[in-house]
Design a protein. Structure first.
Length: 304
């Protein structure tokens, strides 16, 4: 999460989603997400022109093919885009669109501040010289997987998904910088070496997770405990432990749940609450994924 930045809402987007003809399937409105805004929708043929917004837009085609006529800064182009095609519209650019058929899409807006944060720590030199490049229905399987992960988070009612989305936002920013920016073309910036966390940094981060296991934890809060920015911390944490912070946090919560199931008489719903899961079904789903059994079956096996 970005300190001092309000939740990212639909009113900060181009307004494509506000067209009455579109059927919005899911959106991050009311989710409290700050690093990005996301929505899935069924769009019908239309033509429109949109003024620039400051944040960066990615559109993933969920089906197709469909014909798209697009103009950026008055420069027109046309293509038939298949399922999996990704558009990148950098912030600050006006956009014209003509959609030639019905289409299911995932829209993801990334905060400009997140990209700048990641660029400042990925690169040595002037991060402002790292500019995003527009893309028109291109194929990038790595970026597509990250966008699909955001789409999956939209369908998850778990309130703790905010930590995961914070991580995804910075992973998307890294992918954009590495594959869809001027960074590799510039002679004035170069890539910064990335190491792991120091022992004290790691201990502070893990200690913070343990102390707040029953609460909703943001990436920003854990990174602050380690004395690093969120993007810097997330990369170094993964380098050190081989898993992302949100994955490690789930492991900690599962381990605490296992101990309470074996050693306490708390109900499974109560255990879910004290371990930071949003509800009993959330605990059961993740417990089964990690342990190949349910909490009830695990408790019964440990007590027989």
């Amino acid at each position: 999460m970005l300190p001092g930045v309000a939740s990212f809402g639909v009113r900060e987007t181009h307004g494509i989603l506000l067209r009455a003809q579109n059927e919005i399937l899911a959106s991050s409105d009311e989710r409290g997400w700050r690093a990005l805004y996301a929505s899935t929708q069924r769009e019908v043929p239309y033509e429109g022109y949109y003024d620039p917004v400051q944040d960066h837009l990615m559109v993933l085609h969920m089906d197709g093919p469909v014909r798209i006529d697009r103009s950026l800064c008055g420069k027109p182009s046309s293509r038939t885009i298949p399922a999996g095609g990704v558009h990148i519209v950098p912030g600050g650019i006006d956009l014209g669109v003509r959609l030639g058929g019905q289409l299911c899409t995932l829209h993801v807006y990334l905060r400009r501040a997140v990209l700048e944060e990641v660029a400042s720590e990925f690169l040595v030199g002037d991060p402002s010289k790292c500019e995003l490049l527009p893309r028109f229905g291109d194929c990038d399987q790595g970026l597509e997987r990250l966008l699909m992960a955001v789409g999956s988070a939209l369908e998850d009612s778990d309130s703790s998904s905010a930590l995961y989305v914070d991580y995804l936002a910075r992973a998307i920013a890294g992918r954009l910088i590495c594959g869809h920016s001027t960074a590799q073309q510039s002679e004035e910036i170069f890539w910064r070496d990335q190491g792991g966390l120091g022992r004290r940094q790691l201990a502070r981060a893990i200690g913070f997770m343990h102390e707040h296991l029953d609460q909703s934890i943001s990436l920003n809060a854990i990174a602050e405990a380690a004395g690093l920015s969120p993007s810097h911390f997330a990369r170094r944490f993964r380098t050190t432990l081989g898993v992302a912070p949100h994955q490690y946090l789930v492991q900690l919560r599962i381990e605490r749940a296992k101990k309470l199931l074996a050693q306490s008489d708390l109900s499974i719903a109560e255990i879910a609450f004290v371990c930071g899961f949003s509800h009993q079904e959330h605990l059961t789903r993740l417990f089964k994924r990690h342990c190949d059994t349910t909490p009830a079956a695990y408790r019964k096996a440990r007590r027989n």
